[in-house]
Design a protein around this ligand. Structure first.
Ligand SMILES: [Zn+2]
Length: 275
């Protein structure tokens, strides 16, 4: 697979050479393709082929100063690891983690995050270096959220709210966000990528609709089927959510309106409050 990638995308050659020169090839998950099952390719993004697939990759061990670890082969490992993504995607990750710090500031600072992959040697957004699989977040105050441990299906309501809060922050900066409700492939990580931008909430998106349904259920006991179909009950629940959060404007068409609504959901979720 590695040779195939080299022949398909010459830009990797330079990055591989840099990693090799630095003696870091043993910790280059992107180049090695961490786990072919991780770093999924998924239906929604297949309709939105990655743009700029030939863009060069950069290598990073931290996002805006926060370490990014890899636990898929060694749970709890805190060894620095070389990840890869495009510069543009890394820049989006910086805005994402700054949002996360700000919205979860009552938890203290973010000690580290854990990922299953960014650039991965495969087709789609991961292959373009424009995707992230988020496994875990740890705050300095001791709180964690662990999609890796299927926090979306936790028996503890506060944990499910925290999962949705974390996902809401992802959705502020990424359009295609796939979670544990979306499908079985995402039961253990939250996927975010550059497909389908700009950010907004779409009624014909299964992933968006499931996020809305899960949010209405977990914050407002809406009792919806999380089926990804935006029907009258989901519309009514969404209207109630929007009203309770005092959101004006159209989150289906206006990025800033949806981002503001997501911030309010995240704030409630990190505070373990109903809406
Ligand atoms: Zn993914």
């Amino acid at each position: 697979m590695f040779e195939k990638n080299l022949s398909r995308r010459g830009f990797v050659t330079g990055a591989a050479a840099v990693a090799g020169l630095a003696g870091l090839s043993a910790v280059a998950p992107g180049l090695a393709g961490a786990d072919p099952k991780i770093g999924d390719q998924h239906v929604e993004s297949e309709f939105a082929p990655a743009v700029g697939a030939q863009a060069a990759l950069i290598t990073f061990q931290k996002i805006d100063g926060t370490p990014v670890y890899y636990w898929r082969s060694n749970r709890g490992n805190t060894t620095a690891r070389n990840w890869q993504a495009t510069q543009a995607f890394y820049d989006a990750l910086v805005t994402w983690i700054r949002d996360l710090r700000s919205l979860s500031s009552s938890y203290g600072s973010i000690s580290y995050i854990v990922s299953a992959g960014f650039y991965v040697d495969k087709d789609g957004q991961h292959g373009a270096g424009t995707a992230m699989d988020l496994d875990h977040v740890r705050w300095s105050g001791g709180n964690t959220i662990s999609p890796l441990d299927q926090a979306h299906a936790s028996g503890t309501a506060a944990t499910r709210k925290r999962y949705l809060a974390t996902e809401a922050v992802c959705r502020r900066r990424f359009r295609y966000v796939l979670d544990g409700w979306y499908n079985a492939d995402h039961h253990d990580h939250i996927h975010s990528d550059f497909g389908g931008m700009p950010v907004r909430v779409l009624k014909d998106s299964e992933a968006d609709t499931k996020f809305v349904q899960a949010t209405c259920n977990n914050f407002r006991a809406a009792g919806l089927d999380i089926d990804g179909i935006w029907g009258p009950k989901t519309q009514s629940a969404f209207d109630g959510l929007k009203s309770a959060l005092a959101v004006s404007g159209d989150p289906h068409t206006t990025t800033s309106v949806w981002q503001g609504m997501l911030s309010k959901i995240a704030t409630k979720g990190f505070a373990n409050q109903n809406i």
